[in-house]
Design a protein around this ligand. Structure first.
Ligand SMILES: NC(=O)C1=CN([C@@H]2O[C@H](COP(=O)(O)OP(=O)(O)OC[C@H]3O[C@@H](n4cnc5c(N)ncnc54)[C@H](OP(=O)(O)O)[C@@H]3O)[C@@H](O)[C@H]2O)C=CC1
Ligand SMILES: N[C@@H](C=O)C(=O)O
Length: 253
């Protein structure tokens, strides 16, 4: 590893961040880059990725971008190949891309259920599958999976979403055990409500009106999560922060 300093603890590292075109992923990419990591930013919205790449470079960071739908396994494999060719072997994989739609189970919005499962579950397994062999062969790597406090507790109005985050927790915990002795860390980030545009895809207003509590107190900023992820991946080699529950002070689960 090269260029490690107090201000750039991630110097020499290469990170891939999915769902980097907005919200939490965008902020994670910015924070990792300012800590010295070279970041490959991925999402479907190329215009937003280009704007982010420019911002990172303007601040002295290094970024590459790749258009990728995380539900398509081959595209995620190509994303990691692109990152490795252009930036180097991937040290940090942040499986952040996700969707959330408030909906009552009784309203049977099954297309929303399918989409949530595809992006939040398969997006994460595709991301893990794309980096795991390389990380094991190098004997180092950190996989950071974006869970939620809804991965620890089922939320009414977010039943399928909660289920997908429980899936992320289960996969991560089992993978962590499998990776003992192989040099690979697996972390779940578990945010409470964060101020992003994640709710724009909700069409079931009955569910949102009844269960969305994000207006009830000061919620988190994406920067709070970007900072937390940078902390998690900057620990000494022998330290593994396996879970990080980060919530608005006034809204604990
Ligand atoms: N906001 C919150 O309160 C919380 C959010 N989270 C989790 O944080 C993560 C990010 O959410 P947040 O930043 O809030 O939401 P945003 O809607 O702001 O960002 C979602 C990101 O995911 C990307 N994305 C969605 N679908 C796909 C896809 N099929 N392929 C590739 N990228 C995709 C979007 O990019 P594009 O559309 O360009 O592809 C976008 O960059 C999610 O996993 C979410 O569950 C967890 C806890 C709380
Ligand atoms: N805060 C969580 C559930 O309500 C989330 O947005 O993931």
């Amino acid at each position: 590893m090269a260029c490690v300093s107090d201000s750039q603890p991630l110097g020499g590292n290469v990170a891939v961040v999915t769902g980097a075109s907005s919200g939490i992923g965008r902020s994670i990419a910015i924070h990792l880059a300012s800590a010295g990591a070279k970041v490959c930013i991925a999402a479907r919205s190329v215009d937003k990725l280009e704007e982010l790449k420019s911002e990172i470079e303007k601040n002295g960071g290094v970024a590459a971008l790749f258009k990728c739908d995380v539900t398509v396994r081959e595209e995620v494999i190509q994303l990691v190949k692109y990152a490795e060719t252009n930036l180097g072997p991937v040290d940090i994989m942040v499986n952040n891309a996700g969707v959330m739609m408030y909906t009552m189970m009784s309203n049977l919005m099954m297309d929303d259920w399918d989409k949530t499962i595809d992006v939040n579950c398969k997006g994460v397994t595709n991301g893990i599958g794309a980096v795991l062999t390389g990380m094991i062969s190098r004997g180092r790597g950190h996989i950071v999976n974006m869970s939620s406090d809804a991965g620890l507790q089922g939320f009414a109005g977010l039943a399928v979403y909660s289920g997908t985050k429980f899936f992320v927790e289960g996969v991560s915990q089992a993978l962590r055990h499998e990776m003992v002795g192989k040099g690979i860390k697996v972390t779940c980030i578990q945010p409470g409500d964060v101020k992003t545009n994640i709710q724009v895809n909700t069409t079931d207003m009955e569910a949102r009106k009844q269960y969305d509590a994000s207006e009830n107190c000061k919620i988190l900023d994406p920067d709070d999560i970007g900072r937390a992820v940078t902390y998690v991946v900057s620990q000494p080699d022998h330290v593994a922060i396996n879970q990080l529950l980060i919530e608005p002070k006034e809204a604990p689960i």
